[in-house]
Write a protein that binds this ligand. Structure first.
Ligand code: ZN
Length: 275
C-alpha cells in the first residue's frame, strides 16, 4: 500500500502549505486535502500554485475530504452540499486529484431512519453527485461512519448501497476507526466479500480502549498504539489485492497541539510497518 496523510491529523496548527512540505519531507506518497483548509489556502494562493507543487514533487493529491450531510437534506441544504461538491470537482480536475469522499449525515434524526430509507436516499443522492462528477473525471468514495447518529454506519450497509449504485466511479472508503466504532470490528471477515477495486480509499488509525457509546473520534490514536485490529485489517486488505493508499486520519487534540512537523513525522513512522 502507499503511504498517505489526511489533513485532519494536524488541522488546528497546520495549513495546506505546511502539510505539503512536511509530507514531502517524510516520504509520503499521497495527501488527502481538506476542503475547509483548501478554501483558506486559496485566499492567498491559486490552484495553479497547488498544481505546480504536485508537478514538481513526489507527493500527489488523492482524495478531497469531505462532503458531509449527504442524506435527508432540505432543498436549500442540499443546494449547499451540491455547491461544495462542484467546488471540490473543480479543484480535483485542476490538480488531478482522483477521489472525493462523501459521508452520511450526522444528526439525532438519523437514529430513527430505517436502513431502507437510508439506502434509498443515499443511492439517489450519490447518483446525482456522480452525474455532476463524471465530466470532471472524479470518483466518489463513500465512507460509512460508525457513531449511532449517522445513518450509514456499517461497511456491509455501505457496500450494499455501492452495489446498488453500480458505477465504476463510485466506491468505498474503509476507515479503521469507523469500522471499529460501529461494532468493534466484528465484521472483519466481511472485508473479503468486497472486491479490492471497490475500495477507493483506506484510512488507517487506531483508538483507545473505551466502550462503544463513550468512544469518539477524539480517541483516535496512531496506528499500533490502540485496540483496533489494524494489523489484521491491513493483512486482509493486502490479501484481497488492495494496493491503494493507507492514509493516516486522526482527530486528536493532543496531536493538534503538537508541532505539525513532529506529528507528520511520527505518523509516517507509526504507519509504515502496517503497509
Ligand atoms: Zn475516515
Amino acid at each position: 500500500m502507499k503511504l498517505g496523510f489526511n489533513e485532519a491529523t494536524c488541522m488546528v496548527r497546520s495549513d495546506v502549505e505546511t502539510d505539503l512540505i512536511e509530507c514531502e519531507k517524510n516520504g509520503y506518497d499521497y495527501i488527502e486535502l481538506r476542503l475547509d483548509m483548501l478554501q483558506e489556502y486559496l485566499k492567498e494562493h491559486s490552484l495553479k500554485d497547488l498544481k505546480q507543487f504536485f508537478d514538481t514533487h513526489h507527493l500527489k493529491p488523492y482524495a478531497l475530504n469531505a462532503i458531509d450531510w449527504l442524506n435527508f437534506q432540505t432543498v436549500d441544504e442540499w443546494k449547499k452540499v451540491r455547491d461544495l461538491f462542484v467546488f471540490a470537482c473543480n479543484v480535483a480536475r485542476e490538480i488531478e486529484n482522483p477521489y472525493i469522499i462523501v459521508c452520511p449525515t450526522l444528526s439525532n434524526e438519523m437514529l430513527f431512519k430505517t436502513e431502507e430509507q437510508t439506502t434509498e436516499d443515499t443511492v439517489r443522492n450519490i447518483l446525482e453527485l456522480a452525474e455532476i462528477a463524471e465530466p470532471y473525471g472524479v470518483k466518489i468514495a463513500f465512507e460509512p461512519v460508525g457513531e449511532k447518529n449517522r445513518c450509514c454506519r456499517s461497511l456491509r450497509h455501505a457496500y450494499e448501497i455501492v452495489k446498488k449504485i453500480d458505477r465504476d466511479d463510485v466506491g468505498l472508503t474503509l476507515d479503521c476507526f469507523n469500522f471499529y466504532l460501529h461494532d468493534k470490528a466484528s465484521e472483519l471477515e466481511y472485508i473479503r466479500k468486497i472486491p479490492a477495486e471497490k475500495f477507493f480509499v483506506f484510512h488507517i488509525n487506531d483508538c483507545e480502549d473505551y466502550p462503544l457509546g463513550v468512544l469518539d473520534h477524539c480517541h483516535r490514536i496512531m496506528p499500533g498504539d490502540g485496540v483496533i485490529p489494524v494489523r489484521e485489517i491491513c493483512e486482509i486488505m493486502k490479501e484481497i489485492g488492495y494496493e491503494g493508499i493507507a492514509s493516516v486520519e486522526l482527530f486528536r487534540e493532543e496531536y493538534w497541539q503538537m508541532d505539525p512537523a513532529d506529528t507528520i513525522r511520527i505518523a509516517a513512522e507509526k504507519t509504515r510497518p502496517f503497509i
